[in-house]
Ligand binder design. Structure first.
Ligand code: ATP
Ligand code: LTN
Length: 330
Protein backbone atom coordinates (compact mmCIF):
# COMPACT_ATOMS: atom_id res chain seq x y z
CA UNK A 1 0.00 0.00 0.00
CA UNK A 2 1.18 3.52 -0.73
CA UNK A 3 2.39 5.47 2.27
CA UNK A 4 0.41 8.49 3.40
CA UNK A 5 2.04 11.87 2.84
CA UNK A 6 3.20 14.15 5.65
CA UNK A 7 4.19 17.78 5.03
CA UNK A 8 5.47 20.44 7.40
CA UNK A 9 7.80 23.42 7.52
CA UNK A 10 9.37 25.96 9.83
CA UNK A 11 10.35 29.49 8.86
CA UNK A 12 14.02 30.48 9.14
CA UNK A 13 12.85 33.74 10.69
CA UNK A 14 14.83 33.63 13.93
CA UNK A 15 16.42 31.31 16.42
CA UNK A 16 14.21 28.33 17.06
CA UNK A 17 12.74 27.90 20.52
CA UNK A 18 12.00 24.77 22.50
CA UNK A 19 8.37 25.44 21.46
CA UNK A 20 9.28 24.91 17.81
CA UNK A 21 11.20 21.80 18.77
CA UNK A 22 8.49 20.17 20.86
CA UNK A 23 5.52 21.44 18.82
CA UNK A 24 7.00 20.73 15.41
CA UNK A 25 10.39 19.20 14.60
CA UNK A 26 10.51 16.54 17.29
CA UNK A 27 7.12 15.18 16.34
CA UNK A 28 8.25 14.91 12.71
CA UNK A 29 11.03 12.51 13.62
CA UNK A 30 8.52 9.95 14.84
CA UNK A 31 6.61 10.11 11.55
CA UNK A 32 9.42 9.58 9.09
CA UNK A 33 9.41 5.78 9.20
CA UNK A 34 5.73 5.37 8.49
CA UNK A 35 4.99 8.19 6.06
CA UNK A 36 6.26 9.73 2.88
CA UNK A 37 7.58 12.97 4.43
CA UNK A 38 8.36 16.40 3.03
CA UNK A 39 9.99 18.84 5.45
CA UNK A 40 10.71 22.33 4.19
CA UNK A 41 12.51 25.44 5.31
CA UNK A 42 9.91 28.11 4.62
CA UNK A 43 12.11 30.99 3.47
CA UNK A 44 9.38 32.44 1.26
CA UNK A 45 7.12 32.71 4.29
CA UNK A 46 9.92 34.28 6.31
CA UNK A 47 10.21 37.35 4.04
CA UNK A 48 6.62 38.38 4.82
CA UNK A 49 8.27 40.23 7.70
CA UNK A 50 11.52 42.11 7.08
CA UNK A 51 14.63 39.94 7.11
CA UNK A 52 18.28 40.84 6.84
CA UNK A 53 19.36 38.95 3.65
CA UNK A 54 22.69 37.67 5.00
CA UNK A 55 21.00 36.54 8.21
CA UNK A 56 18.22 34.78 6.33
CA UNK A 57 20.79 32.90 4.25
CA UNK A 58 22.73 31.86 7.35
CA UNK A 59 19.61 30.81 9.26
CA UNK A 60 18.41 28.72 6.33
CA UNK A 61 21.54 26.58 6.51
CA UNK A 62 21.43 26.55 10.32
CA UNK A 63 17.91 25.20 10.15
CA UNK A 64 18.83 22.50 7.64
CA UNK A 65 21.61 21.35 10.00
CA UNK A 66 19.20 21.50 12.92
CA UNK A 67 16.61 19.32 11.19
CA UNK A 68 19.24 16.66 10.68
CA UNK A 69 20.67 17.09 14.19
CA UNK A 70 17.18 16.59 15.63
CA UNK A 71 16.93 13.25 13.87
CA UNK A 72 15.30 13.98 10.50
CA UNK A 73 16.87 11.48 8.12
CA UNK A 74 17.47 13.05 4.70
CA UNK A 75 17.50 9.58 3.15
CA UNK A 76 13.96 8.94 4.29
CA UNK A 77 12.48 12.42 3.86
CA UNK A 78 12.61 15.17 1.29
CA UNK A 79 14.33 17.92 3.25
CA UNK A 80 14.48 21.08 1.17
CA UNK A 81 14.31 24.87 0.93
CA UNK A 82 10.90 26.19 -0.18
CA UNK A 83 12.28 28.77 -2.63
CA UNK A 84 14.19 26.03 -4.48
CA UNK A 85 10.90 24.63 -5.77
CA UNK A 86 9.16 27.30 -7.83
CA UNK A 87 5.89 25.35 -7.94
CA UNK A 88 5.05 26.76 -4.48
CA UNK A 89 4.78 30.30 -5.84
CA UNK A 90 3.00 29.09 -8.97
CA UNK A 91 0.30 27.17 -7.15
CA UNK A 92 -0.07 30.01 -4.68
CA UNK A 93 -1.00 32.30 -7.57
CA UNK A 94 -3.79 29.99 -8.71
CA UNK A 95 -5.08 29.53 -5.16
CA UNK A 96 -5.11 33.32 -4.71
CA UNK A 97 -7.83 33.50 -7.32
CA UNK A 98 -10.00 31.25 -5.13
CA UNK A 99 -9.31 33.03 -1.84
CA UNK A 100 -11.59 35.83 -0.68
CA UNK A 101 -9.98 38.96 0.69
CA UNK A 102 -12.45 38.77 3.56
CA UNK A 103 -11.37 35.32 4.72
CA UNK A 104 -7.67 36.13 4.41
CA UNK A 105 -8.01 39.33 6.41
CA UNK A 106 -9.86 37.51 9.21
CA UNK A 107 -6.95 35.17 9.99
CA UNK A 108 -5.75 35.57 13.57
CA UNK A 109 -2.06 35.49 12.68
CA UNK A 110 -2.53 38.15 9.98
CA UNK A 111 -4.26 40.40 12.51
CA UNK A 112 -1.55 39.79 15.14
CA UNK A 113 1.33 40.30 12.74
CA UNK A 114 -0.28 43.40 11.18
CA UNK A 115 -0.47 44.90 14.64
CA UNK A 116 3.13 43.94 15.47
CA UNK A 117 4.53 45.14 12.12
CA UNK A 118 2.21 48.09 11.54
CA UNK A 119 4.80 49.79 9.30
CA UNK A 120 4.91 46.82 6.93
CA UNK A 121 1.46 45.32 6.39
CA UNK A 122 2.35 43.92 2.98
CA UNK A 123 0.38 41.71 0.57
CA UNK A 124 2.63 38.75 1.40
CA UNK A 125 1.61 38.89 5.03
CA UNK A 126 -2.02 38.54 4.03
CA UNK A 127 -1.14 35.87 1.50
CA UNK A 128 0.86 33.84 4.02
CA UNK A 129 -1.85 31.19 4.61
CA UNK A 130 -2.48 30.83 0.88
CA UNK A 131 1.21 30.09 0.27
CA UNK A 132 0.98 27.62 3.11
CA UNK A 133 -2.02 25.97 1.42
CA UNK A 134 0.04 25.75 -1.78
CA UNK A 135 2.88 24.06 0.16
CA UNK A 136 0.60 21.43 1.56
CA UNK A 137 -1.64 20.81 -1.45
CA UNK A 138 1.23 20.47 -3.94
CA UNK A 139 2.29 17.18 -2.36
CA UNK A 140 -1.21 15.65 -2.01
CA UNK A 141 -0.60 15.73 1.72
CA UNK A 142 -2.65 13.66 4.14
CA UNK A 143 -1.27 14.93 7.44
CA UNK A 144 0.32 18.18 8.57
CA UNK A 145 2.06 18.03 11.97
CA UNK A 146 2.04 21.56 13.43
CA UNK A 147 1.57 23.35 16.72
CA UNK A 148 -1.93 24.40 17.80
CA UNK A 149 -1.38 27.97 16.52
CA UNK A 150 -1.45 26.76 12.90
CA UNK A 151 -4.85 25.10 13.07
CA UNK A 152 -6.69 28.02 11.47
CA UNK A 153 -4.27 28.09 8.56
CA UNK A 154 -4.81 24.40 7.97
CA UNK A 155 -8.54 25.01 7.97
CA UNK A 156 -8.03 27.43 5.07
CA UNK A 157 -5.90 24.86 3.21
CA UNK A 158 -8.76 22.40 3.52
CA UNK A 159 -11.34 24.95 2.37
CA UNK A 160 -9.24 25.88 -0.66
CA UNK A 161 -8.72 22.22 -1.60
CA UNK A 162 -12.45 21.56 -1.41
CA UNK A 163 -13.29 24.77 -3.28
CA UNK A 164 -10.86 23.94 -6.10
CA UNK A 165 -12.12 20.35 -6.33
CA UNK A 166 -15.72 21.56 -6.51
CA UNK A 167 -15.01 24.08 -9.20
CA UNK A 168 -12.56 22.18 -11.40
CA UNK A 169 -13.01 18.52 -10.48
CA UNK A 170 -11.16 16.23 -8.07
CA UNK A 171 -7.52 17.44 -7.92
CA UNK A 172 -6.32 17.86 -4.35
CA UNK A 173 -6.34 15.59 -1.38
CA UNK A 174 -7.88 17.40 1.64
CA UNK A 175 -5.22 17.52 4.39
CA UNK A 176 -5.73 16.99 8.12
CA UNK A 177 -3.78 18.77 10.85
CA UNK A 178 -1.87 16.57 13.28
CA UNK A 179 -1.55 18.41 16.55
CA UNK A 180 0.30 16.69 19.32
CA UNK A 181 -1.47 16.56 22.65
CA UNK A 182 0.33 18.14 25.59
CA UNK A 183 3.32 19.39 23.64
CA UNK A 184 1.21 21.46 21.29
CA UNK A 185 1.72 24.70 23.12
CA UNK A 186 4.70 25.77 25.17
CA UNK A 187 4.09 29.12 26.81
CA UNK A 188 6.46 32.04 27.34
CA UNK A 189 8.53 31.75 30.54
CA UNK A 190 7.63 35.35 31.34
CA UNK A 191 3.90 35.19 30.61
CA UNK A 192 2.26 31.77 30.72
CA UNK A 193 -0.76 33.10 28.80
CA UNK A 194 1.38 33.86 25.75
CA UNK A 195 2.92 31.27 23.42
CA UNK A 196 6.70 31.00 23.49
CA UNK A 197 7.84 32.62 20.27
CA UNK A 198 11.04 33.12 18.30
CA UNK A 199 10.31 36.78 17.95
CA UNK A 200 9.46 37.76 21.54
CA UNK A 201 11.31 40.92 22.45
CA UNK A 202 11.88 39.81 26.03
CA UNK A 203 15.03 37.63 25.89
CA UNK A 204 14.00 35.76 29.05
CA UNK A 205 10.66 34.69 27.58
CA UNK A 206 12.00 32.07 25.18
CA UNK A 207 14.54 29.29 25.48
CA UNK A 208 16.36 28.96 22.19
CA UNK A 209 17.77 25.72 20.87
CA UNK A 210 21.06 27.58 20.52
CA UNK A 211 21.20 28.70 24.19
CA UNK A 212 24.10 27.34 26.21
CA UNK A 213 23.63 25.61 29.54
CA UNK A 214 24.14 28.78 31.59
CA UNK A 215 21.59 30.75 29.60
CA UNK A 216 19.06 27.92 29.86
CA UNK A 217 19.48 27.61 33.65
CA UNK A 218 19.29 31.40 34.06
CA UNK A 219 16.07 31.67 32.03
CA UNK A 220 14.39 28.90 33.99
CA UNK A 221 15.55 30.45 37.25
CA UNK A 222 13.81 33.68 36.21
CA UNK A 223 10.67 31.98 34.91
CA UNK A 224 7.48 33.35 36.44
CA UNK A 225 5.72 31.03 38.85
CA UNK A 226 2.44 31.30 40.73
CA UNK A 227 1.32 31.95 44.27
CA UNK A 228 1.41 29.08 46.76
CA UNK A 229 4.15 26.49 46.91
CA UNK A 230 2.71 23.24 45.59
CA UNK A 231 4.13 21.89 42.33
CA UNK A 232 0.93 20.76 40.67
CA UNK A 233 -0.64 21.34 37.27
CA UNK A 234 -3.87 23.30 37.51
CA UNK A 235 -5.70 26.21 35.93
CA UNK A 236 -4.81 28.44 38.87
CA UNK A 237 -1.13 27.71 38.31
CA UNK A 238 -0.41 28.47 34.66
CA UNK A 239 3.32 29.15 35.24
CA UNK A 240 3.96 25.90 37.14
CA UNK A 241 1.78 23.98 34.68
CA UNK A 242 3.85 25.27 31.76
CA UNK A 243 7.12 24.31 33.48
CA UNK A 244 5.76 20.86 34.30
CA UNK A 245 4.67 20.51 30.67
CA UNK A 246 8.15 21.40 29.44
CA UNK A 247 9.70 18.94 31.89
CA UNK A 248 7.38 16.13 30.72
CA UNK A 249 7.99 16.92 27.06
CA UNK A 250 11.75 16.56 27.53
CA UNK A 251 11.70 13.73 30.05
CA UNK A 252 8.97 11.72 28.32
CA UNK A 253 6.88 11.31 31.46
CA UNK A 254 3.26 12.10 32.39
CA UNK A 255 2.14 15.14 34.38
CA UNK A 256 1.27 13.02 37.42
CA UNK A 257 4.65 11.29 37.36
CA UNK A 258 6.31 14.72 37.21
CA UNK A 259 4.14 16.04 40.06
CA UNK A 260 5.03 13.00 42.15
CA UNK A 261 8.77 13.42 41.60
CA UNK A 262 8.66 17.09 42.66
CA UNK A 263 6.34 16.67 45.66
CA UNK A 264 7.61 18.73 48.60
CA UNK A 265 10.31 20.52 46.59
CA UNK A 266 10.56 24.33 46.58
CA UNK A 267 10.02 26.41 43.43
CA UNK A 268 13.71 27.29 43.14
CA UNK A 269 14.93 23.70 43.08
CA UNK A 270 12.09 22.71 40.78
CA UNK A 271 13.02 25.37 38.23
CA UNK A 272 16.65 24.30 38.38
CA UNK A 273 15.66 20.68 37.75
CA UNK A 274 13.55 21.64 34.72
CA UNK A 275 16.40 23.76 33.35
CA UNK A 276 18.89 20.93 33.78
CA UNK A 277 16.60 18.49 32.02
CA UNK A 278 16.25 20.83 29.05
CA UNK A 279 19.97 21.62 28.92
CA UNK A 280 20.89 17.91 29.04
CA UNK A 281 18.45 17.12 26.23
CA UNK A 282 19.67 19.94 23.99
CA UNK A 283 23.42 19.39 24.42
CA UNK A 284 23.78 16.48 21.94
CA UNK A 285 21.58 18.24 19.36
CA UNK A 286 23.70 21.38 19.59
CA UNK A 287 26.92 19.42 19.20
CA UNK A 288 25.61 17.57 16.15
CA UNK A 289 24.32 20.78 14.54
CA UNK A 290 27.72 22.37 14.98
CA UNK A 291 29.43 19.38 13.42
CA UNK A 292 27.07 19.40 10.43
CA UNK A 293 27.56 23.13 9.88
CA UNK A 294 31.23 22.45 9.31
CA UNK A 295 30.24 20.09 6.48
CA UNK A 296 28.76 22.63 4.10
CA UNK A 297 29.18 20.39 1.06
CA UNK A 298 27.19 17.59 2.65
CA UNK A 299 24.40 20.02 3.58
CA UNK A 300 24.30 21.51 0.08
CA UNK A 301 24.06 18.04 -1.44
CA UNK A 302 21.28 16.88 0.80
CA UNK A 303 19.27 20.04 0.12
CA UNK A 304 19.77 19.60 -3.63
CA UNK A 305 18.59 16.00 -3.43
CA UNK A 306 15.62 17.08 -1.30
CA UNK A 307 14.50 19.77 -3.72
CA UNK A 308 14.86 17.39 -6.65
CA UNK A 309 12.55 14.94 -4.93
CA UNK A 310 10.10 17.68 -3.95
CA UNK A 311 10.18 19.17 -7.46
CA UNK A 312 9.21 15.85 -9.05
CA UNK A 313 6.21 15.42 -6.76
CA UNK A 314 5.14 19.07 -7.01
CA UNK A 315 5.35 19.18 -10.80
CA UNK A 316 2.79 16.41 -11.12
CA UNK A 317 0.19 18.33 -9.12
CA UNK A 318 0.98 21.66 -10.73
CA UNK A 319 0.57 20.27 -14.29
CA UNK A 320 -2.77 18.85 -13.31
CA UNK A 321 -3.85 22.18 -11.82
CA UNK A 322 -2.78 24.13 -14.91
CA UNK A 323 -4.71 21.71 -17.10
CA UNK A 324 -7.83 21.90 -14.95
CA UNK A 325 -7.96 25.70 -14.86
CA UNK A 326 -7.62 25.84 -18.63
CA UNK A 327 -4.08 27.06 -19.22
CA UNK A 328 -3.24 26.30 -22.86
CA UNK A 329 -0.57 23.66 -23.53
CA UNK A 330 0.53 22.08 -26.83
P1 ATP B 1 7.18 33.64 14.99
O1 ATP B 1 7.15 33.85 16.46
O2 ATP B 1 8.36 34.25 14.29
O3 ATP B 1 5.88 33.93 14.30
P2 ATP B 1 7.04 30.84 15.59
O4 ATP B 1 7.93 30.70 16.76
O5 ATP B 1 5.58 30.75 15.78
O6 ATP B 1 7.43 32.11 14.73
P3 ATP B 1 6.96 29.25 13.19
O7 ATP B 1 8.06 29.10 12.22
O8 ATP B 1 5.84 30.13 12.78
O9 ATP B 1 7.51 29.72 14.59
O10 ATP B 1 6.40 27.83 13.60
C1 ATP B 1 7.05 26.63 13.41
C2 ATP B 1 6.32 25.50 14.08
O11 ATP B 1 6.52 25.56 15.49
C3 ATP B 1 4.80 25.49 13.87
O12 ATP B 1 4.38 24.15 13.69
C4 ATP B 1 4.28 26.03 15.15
O13 ATP B 1 2.97 25.57 15.41
C5 ATP B 1 5.28 25.47 16.16
N1 ATP B 1 5.35 26.29 17.36
C6 ATP B 1 5.76 27.57 17.42
N2 ATP B 1 5.74 28.03 18.69
C7 ATP B 1 5.29 27.00 19.45
C8 ATP B 1 5.05 26.84 20.86
N3 ATP B 1 5.26 27.83 21.71
N4 ATP B 1 4.63 25.65 21.32
C9 ATP B 1 4.43 24.63 20.45
N5 ATP B 1 4.63 24.72 19.12
C10 ATP B 1 5.05 25.88 18.61
N1 LTN C 1 3.43 28.85 8.89
C1 LTN C 1 4.04 27.66 9.38
C2 LTN C 1 5.27 27.26 8.66
C3 LTN C 1 4.82 26.61 7.43
C4 LTN C 1 4.10 25.38 7.34
C5 LTN C 1 3.86 25.20 5.96
C6 LTN C 1 3.65 24.46 8.27
C7 LTN C 1 4.97 27.09 6.16
N2 LTN C 1 4.40 26.24 5.29
C8 LTN C 1 3.16 24.10 5.51
C9 LTN C 1 2.96 23.35 7.80
C10 LTN C 1 2.71 23.19 6.44
C11 LTN C 1 4.30 27.80 10.81
O1 LTN C 1 4.43 26.79 11.38
N3 LTN C 1 4.31 28.95 11.35
Amino acid sequence: MEKKVVYSAVQPSGNLTIGNYIGAIRSWVKLQNDYDCFFAIADMHAITVRQEPAELRRRTLDLAALYVACGIDPEKCALYVQSHVSAHAELCWVLNTLTYVGEASRMTQFKDKSARHADNVNMGLMDYPVLMAADVLLYQTDLVPVGADQKQHLELSRDLAIRFNNRYGETFRVPEPLIERGGAKIASLQDPFKKMSKSDENPNASVFLSDDRDAILRKFKRAVTDSGDAIVASEEKPGITNLLGIYCAFKGCTMSEAEASFAGMGYGDFKLAVGETVADALAPIQAEQKRLLSEKKYLAELLAAGSERAFRAARKTLSKVYRKVGFYRE
